[in-house]
Design a protein around this ligand. Structure first.
Ligand code: A2P
Length: 223
């Protein structure tokens, strides 16, 4: 008799505990509120609005995702390459329902996405699939991405602008990291939270002075 294949989820990842979610949302929203009042940001406002004089309320501009998480493997219910192999890894099976503390070291804002960069520990990197950083990356960006350390794409999507899919946050983050590596940083502004850097075409990177930690559970999205 044929055995039924176990069903695969939409994705695996670290999910923030509800109280942590509130704390992170508040802290990051405060940053957005400040960002859109900065002169440096206003100078590049047209990259968000398409018009030079128009104002933008970043809190309204980005729509919040339902549940904050850091995706490790997007499985697409088994349609994604390597989904089954990932789900069957010993380290994945052993880690399900376990607690992990994630460390957010930077925030990114682009006309498309708002995200938090996550610095993975050695233990957490064991759950990061091989090749995940470069999945879906444009060929022109591939060499720069391959030169970045494993796990560079790890992030929590905090918001997307209208019509933009969440997967874009990781791609925006990689683009920013590649530009930084090439030394293409523009204007820098010191803020309470850390140093804000402009990276052309509406891309902003806030390196946090103090990392923001968040308690999470490693599990999968069952929806
Ligand atoms: P992210 O991890 O950047 O937030 P969706 O709701 O669009 O199906 O996506 C579910 C989750 O999986 C989201 O968190 C999303 O982005 C992530 N995701 C979607 N598509 C991909 C992909 N092709 N590669 C990696 N992650 C993806």
């Amino acid at each position: 008799t044929k055995q039924k294949e176990p069903e695969l989820p939409l994705f695996f990842g670290w999910f923030l505990l509800p109280e942590e979610e509130e704390r992170i949302k508040c802290a990051t929203m405060d940053f957005l509120k400040t960002l859109d009042t900065l002169e440096a940001f206003k100078e590049h406002i047209s990259e968000f609005t398409g018009e030079a004089e128009k104002e933008v309320d970043l809190e309204q501009y980005f729509q919040n995702p339902l549940q904050l998480h850091c995706t490790t493997k997007f499985c697409d219910y088994g349609k994604a390459e390597g989904a089954k192999e990932y789900a069957e890894l010993q380290v994945v099976k052993e880690s399900l329902a376990k607690s992990y503390e994630l460390s957010v070291t930077a925030l990114i804002v682009t006309p498309r996405t708002f995200g938090a960069r996550v610095a993975l520990t050695e233990t957490q990197l064991k759950l990061w699939p091989e090749g995940a950083d470069k999945e879906g990356v444009a060929p022109a960006l591939l060499p720069s991405v391959e030169a970045l350390p494993a796990g560079s794409r790890a992030h929590v999507t905090l918001g997307c602008s209208a019509g933009v899919e969440e997967v874009q946050t990781g791609l925006d983050l990689l683009e920013i990291l590649a530009l930084q590596k090439e030394g293409k940083e523009g204007t820098q502004v010191e803020m309470d939270l850390g140093t804000l850097t402009y990276l052309s075409e509406g891309r902003w990177f806030l390196a946090l002075r103090e990392p923001i930690t968040a308690d999470t559970t490693f599990t999968f999205a069952a929806l």
